[in-house]
Design a binder for this molecule. Structure first.
Ligand code: SF4
Length: 78
């Protein structure tokens, strides 16, 4: 799955939402989230993000690794 990290917080540009073919990017209070079970790893969202907030799960920078968990937890609370 792809993960949305810190650069999206309080930005929520939503360019990724328009690109996602399976509509698996959801809006939270301060950031957008990618549903880990719905993402088909197409990568379409990554290059269109103006803040470079989106990473493949294995490529999330260490300083933002908490976002991988936060992303998944956002959906487990629904
Ligand atoms: Fe959607 Fe593809 Fe990005 Fe996954 S990688 S969130 S399926 S656009």
């Amino acid at each position: 799955t792809y993960v949305i990290a810190q650069p999206c917080v309080d930005v929520k540009d939503r360019a990724c939402v328009a690109e996602c073919p399976v509509d698996c990017i959801y809006e939270g209070e301060r950031t957008l989230y990618i549903h880990p079970d719905e993402c088909v790893d197409c990568g379409a969202c990554e290059p269109v993000c103006p803040t470079i907030a989106i990473f493949y799960e294995d490529d999330v920078p260490d300083k933002w690794e908490d976002y991988t968990r936060a992303n998944a937890e956002f959906f487990s609370e629904i």
